[in-house]
Design a protein around this ligand. Structure first.
Ligand SMILES: [Zn+2]
Length: 349
């Protein structure tokens, strides 16, 4: 596929038969008619995900796109540091972890595949670019290229694999600061939307506040993306809960994903609010925990993944959340949110 497609050609392409073959090819061994989830070890049926943490990190390097490279860490040291944390998580009953570290921030899909095989935890990785942090994590080409050109890069990872491997992304990850979005950030959201149209991958966006989330939803809708494919990452950053109601009613996933012991009561209050408004079908929860900090001795302080299981779920039970509601947040909603559906262009047929 040429990297100089015009928007018109690109959209035309998305409606053509070529799109079907991309999807069928990427869906791999899963029957083309079956919805699937793509993990670093290949496709799964959504029902195979089980208990899932939807937003965690294994390794992050905040040095910035200009200086990042894999010589800055020893992969075996990272592996040996992270593995016991994943094993502990597995013993607590967690079956799947969605790894949300984007390219140019420390995404290493070979490492994720090794960790997944050794721990028995299914891991999902992502394609896309992260525009939060005032664009520090964006490579030079992100500025120069159009949304369509960026989407072509991400669709290529979906078709052919990431970084020379056959490992494919299970979702699109982008990031923006508070609204109003910069032109660059709007372009990334549009590129994520265009990628969704070709692949059916869900779009998760690290988001500064509710104003930004609404603007993202607007850009995605203009691009033709149904909002049930949009995950508002870090929804807890917005304290005005009317934003959560509004976007959940519009179909978006509201991801409260920084759960920790110190902030547990804030999360409890937000979840109670969603429950009172009958919006539990749109809620995702996780911890944004981990990770091996590249550049710090021994990887720095690792925040383990256990608290949600050892402390937060018991707190929910004490506060009247039923097992069915917990299962919805930990099993059913993640399976729905990360299911790769037929791209909208193909659904029309
Ligand atoms: Zn994160």
């Amino acid at each position: 596929m040429s990297r100089t497609l015009s928007r018109r050609t690109f959209l035309g392409y998305s409606l053509g038969m070529a799109s079907a073959s991309i999807w069928l090819q990427a869906a791999g061994s899963v029957r083309q008619t079956t919805d699937s989830v793509i993990a670093v070890n290949g496709p799964l049926r959504p029902s195979q995900l089980g208990v899932t943490l939807v937003h965690e990190h294994v390794m992050v390097d905040f040095i910035g796109a200009a200086e990042i490279n894999s010589d800055r860490y020893k992969e075996d040291e990272v592996f040996n540091t992270v593995l016991p944390h994943l094993q502990s998580l597995r013993r607590l009953g967690c079956e799947t972890l969605v790894e949300c570290t984007p390219a140019f921030l420390g995404r290493n899909v070979r490492l994720l595949q090794r960790l997944s095989r050794s721990s028995g935890i299914c891991i999902l990785t992502n394609t896309g670019l992260y525009g939060a942090g005032n664009h520090k994590y964006l490579p030079g080409y992100a500025q120069a290229e159009t949304a369509e050109q960026l989407a072509i890069r991400w669709i290529d990872e979906w078709r052919n694999g990431i970084d020379g491997t056959t490992i494919k992304p299970g979702f699109i990850k982008s990031g923006v600061d508070n609204g109003p979005l910069s032109d660059m950030q709007r372009k990334l959201v549009e590129a994520a939307g265009l990628t969704h149209l070709q692949t059916g991958l869900p779009v998760g966006i690290h988001t500064g506040n509710g104003t930004a989330a609404l603007e993202e939803a607007g850009v995605l809708k203009e691009t033709g993306v149904p909002l049930d494919a949009f995950i508002w990452i870090h929804a807890q950053n917005e304290k005005d809960l009317s934003f959560h109601e509004r976007l959940a009613h519009a179909g978006a996933w509201i991801s409260f994903d920084g759960i920790s012991k110190t902030a547990a009561n804030d999360y409890l209050a937000m979840l109670k609010h969603m429950k009172q408004h009958s919006l539990m079908d749109n809620v995702l929860i996780s911890q944004d925990a981990g990770w091996y900090h590249v550049g710090e001795p021994g990887g720095g302080k690792f925040r383990d993944y256990n608290y949600l299981f050892t402390g937060f779920l018991p707190l929910l039970r004490q506060n009247g959340f039923t097992e069915a509601e917990i299962k919805r947040m930990m099993v059913e909603n993640p399976a729905r949110a990360f299911t790769i559906r037929k791209p909208p262009s193909l659904r029309l047929k």
